[in-house]
Design a protein around this ligand. Sequence first.
Ligand code: CP
Ligand code: NVA
Length: 301
Amino acid sequence: MKNLLSIESLTATEIFSIVDATATMKSSRTQPTSKPLNDQCWGLIFSKSSTRTRVSFEVGIRELGGDAIFLAAADIQLGRGEPIKDTARVMGRMLHGAVIRTFAQKDVEDFAAYSGIPTINALTDEEHPCQILADLFTIRETRGTLDGLRVAFIGDGDCNVARSWIWAAAKCGFHLSIAAPQKFQPPAELLKRAGGDIVVTSDPAKAAAGADVLYTDVWVSMGKEEEAAYRIAQFHGYQINAALLALVPQALVLHCLPAYRGKEIDEATFEGHADTIFRQAENRLHAQKAIMARLVADRSA
Ligand code: CP
Ligand code: NVA
């Protein structure tokens, strides 16, 4: 692996080996370990807000022996229109790795191509690969195995997180059900390209039936704020709450966060599953350390 640009571009073997390496990173966090990013400086180039991704990468880079610099896109010339390929050619000569949160998937891919340094997609409009790799670890950590897994995604079935779930299910061979209003279902072309055991419905109860995991994400993703009122009206009924959970009382409830109570999840369900949800957030740190260590190792192999 030279970069982590999407789940789509990973193999099942790569996905499972990152999940395994995440377990090792987590169990060895307090022990003296090797510092694969020693003497390295990584840049975080963010065009969208972040709490978890930013903090987990900054801490993770330091724990692996490196330095991190945070570059808000609005503060650098990128924000004034300098092309991504020029930004990449400058940064590639100075930084040892880059973590990018932006809108277009093509920008992350162009950055990787023009910079020549390990590049990680920290969320685009199309995918959120670090989130789903960490989530697979959280599910395995809690459930003991990923065998026979059935995930139900309730909400915006065409958002970055849902799309990364589609690719993870298709690659790893687990079942994914997506419940979303018709206008927010993943495009047929994407589902065809991904293949796998994926069901799309407009009925949350149908998606939840038999699920091991009920998963949701915000109804209004970053960049979609102008559509907020329309989206909130459309998504009415696509909430993880006591009534939905009653259909699958043993299911894990996961949320990538940030959570909007009363929208995609109700307060009681969120707080009832807060231990799992915040362990899910913590696992971003361990997973991303595993990803960075893997990229550095594969580049020097
Ligand atoms: N889940 C996630 O990526 O959170 P942030 O937007 O806070 O980074
Ligand atoms: N789909 C959400 C994920 C936030 C982590 C967004 O893009 O805003």
